[in-house]
Ligand binder design. Sequence first.
Ligand code: HEM
Length: 125
Amino acid sequence: MITGMLHTHILMAILTIAVFVLQGVLAVAQPRLLRHKAMRIAPHVIYTLLLVSAIALLVLYGWNPLEFGWVLMKIALLVVFIVLGIIAFKPKFAQPVRVVAWVGALLALLWAYWSAVNKTVVPFL
Ligand code: HEM
């Protein structure tokens, strides 16, 4: 059960990064495709499954996130990712702001991935 949930969580983490990169590429190369039904629904399904599997893992392990710095860091980074990800795809923001927000959101995801694999809060420390 735990192994299955962990594999689901890791798969959703990889899909989250892949879909976010794809959204960024499409925003530049084929903005029309971003409005396609599949591209509007898929990210929400993947992000929801990432969060649900994360919570399920905490419950299955019986872990209190407050006791693990790297888990707390991942929660904070997920919030940063959501906020910057919203800015990155809102047309009302200027293009340079959106690009910086997209890069920041991607870095937050990669940092979360790195923290999970290495069980540390700050990369390279
Ligand atoms: C609410 C946010 C999150 C929580 C509470 C959470 C929680 C967890 C937990 C409890 C584990 C199991 C660790 C273990 O088996 O030792 C885990 C593993 C993992 N998480 Fe998350 N996670 C969150 C978000 C993320 C995000 C945003 C990513 C990356 C995009 C991510 C990537 C991973 C990876 C790659 C692993 C497997 C690490 C390994 O054992 O090699 N997680 N997560």
